[in-house]
Design a binder for this molecule. Structure first.
Ligand code: PLP
Length: 439
């Protein structure tokens, strides 16, 4: 057998998200107001985010949060996603390790991002919001939000990092197909964008510049809320549907993962797959390795510092206690656009500080080598972001082979790469280079 897939029936799909904050001994430190530096509460976020997400952001007491019925219904459009035993990859590596992956690429928009987009659009609609705005890098989050907004009858305005807007027209087209208005960032449509372009007319854009613009739009437009596809704790919360499903599916497979591996941009998919398993580590001391994999060109976990930093370039977002390369950091233009972010979420940052999570960085050529091996073994062309998790899993599987260890490895396949063929073309034509962080 080359592959085995595990699914849940509709009534087995979890009905609650897991809020790890409730189980953390050291809670994440407070967010601070960007101007006054004062500790913030949920109410302070209301002008930017919808109220329910703001409350979830600060919820450190409820371990379980009900998934609204309407969101659950929309989850069933594509959930459960398959948990796959990757026999093909095991065979290709000739490893005694058991390799599993959770395939989030089967969502209608091709990535895990929809898990939170549906929740955020739902809460906005409930609260009488008519317009949502956001930023997007590679275009994955923008696509997910555009689709979710359309499902709930909201207007979406997306600021897309200029370099991605130009290099990845297909994602821009997907957002436009779902009815969103897409603007390349930095743009002249906001104060923040104008300031950046005045200082640096050739700025290629970053998630930071796009966040600044979207937040400004939300603050200055009535009935318009900002939404975010990563970094924030409420986004990680919504993504726990991944790990909660995976836990049940691993039970069906009769195994429990020794190591959980996920790529790391702002931390949402890592949190999503890891936190439900980590609750057994926090509550019962279960020993599991949790490995976050970031690009060598944007290594906030392995080379960044724990500090209070802004989430965006202009300094509009709250100050967050997190591992960061500094909010002015401009990452090299690697193909895994979804991992080009300077900071890490506050929950993950605290857990790294407390020694629960390991971090690993990966060069882009090793990532594409891994993507190629995976595509040939499993028949799925992965997103370059997901390729980081695949590359790390392959490293670990080969180490298992060397030591003759039969570990159970579980990684998250966050998305497919069918809209990333420009990157694959560069790789196949031998023109790809590594872009490590200069010292
Ligand atoms: C956005 C994205 C990521 C990285 O974001 P996280 O919040 O760190 O999960 C990874 N893979 C894909 C396909 C993405 O779209």
């Amino acid at each position: 057998m080359r592959q085995k897939r595990f699914f849940l029936t509709e009534d087995q799909i979890p009905t609650r998200w897991y809020n790890i904050q409730a189980d953390m001994r050291n809670k994440p430190m407070a967010l601070k107001h960007p101007v006054t530096g004062k500790e913030m509460t949920a109410e302070d976020l209301f002008p930017i985010f919808c109220e329910e997400c703001s409350r979830q952001e600060f919820n450190q007491t409820d371990a379980w949060i009900e998934i609204p019925a309407k969101v659950r219904e929309m989850y069933t459009y594509y959930r459960s996603t398959p948990l796959v035993r990757a026999y093909g990859l095991e065979e290709a590596l000739d490893t005694p390790a058991h390799i599993y992956f959770k395939n989030e690429s089967v969502s209608p928009v091709g990535s895990h991002k929809l898990n939170s987009a549906l929740a955020q659009a739902y809460y906005c609609k409930q609260e009488g919001v008519t317009n949502v705005t956001t930023e997007t890098g590679a275009g994955q989050w923008g696509t997910a939000l555009s689709y979710a907004a359309k499902l709930f009858g909201l207007e979406a305005a997306v600021y897309q990092v200029k370099i991605s807007y130009e290099q990845k027209p297909y994602r821009r087209n997907m957002m436009q197909l779902f009815g969103a208005q897409v603007t390349p960032s930095p743009s002249m449509s906001t104060r923040a964008g104008k300031d950046i372009l005045t200082a640096m007319p050739n700025h290629q854009g970053s998630l930071g510049t796009a966040i600044s613009e979207a937040v400004e739009l939300a603050r200055t437009t009535p009935n318009c809320k900002y939404t975010l596809g990563s970094v924030m704790s409420h986004v990680s919360l919504h993504q726990t549907i991944i790990g909660l499903e995976a836990e049940l599916q691993m039970q069906m497979a009769g195994e429990y993962p020794d190591e959980i591996i996920a790529c790391f941009g702002g931390g949402s998919n890592f949190s999503g797959i890891a936190f439900p398993f980590m609750r057994h580590t926090l509550r019962d001391g279960r020993k599991t390795r949790y490995i976050a994999v970031e690009p060598a060109s944007c290594p906030k976990l392995t080379k960044g510092k724990f500090m209070y930093d802004y989430g965006d370039e202009a300094g509009y977002t709250p100050l967050m206690p997190m591992y960061s390369l500094g909010h002015k950091f401009r990452p090299a233009n690697i193909h895994a656009g979804g991992l080009r972010y300077h900071g890490a979420g506050v929950i993950v940052s605290q857990l790294i500080k407390d020694g629960y999570i390991e971090a690993m960085d990966m060069d882009q050529i090793e990532v594409f080598d891994a993507c190629t091996l995976f595509a040939r073994a499993e028949g799925i062309i992965p997103a370059p972001e997901s390729g980081h998790a695949i590359a790390a899993t392959i490293r670990r599987a080969l180490e298992c082979k060397e030591k003759g260890e039969s570990k159970v490895l579980l990684f998250n396949l966050t998305g497919h790469g069918m809209v990333d063929m420009v990157a694959y073309n560069q790789y196949l034509s031998g023109n790809m280079i590594n872009l490590p962080l200069p010292e």
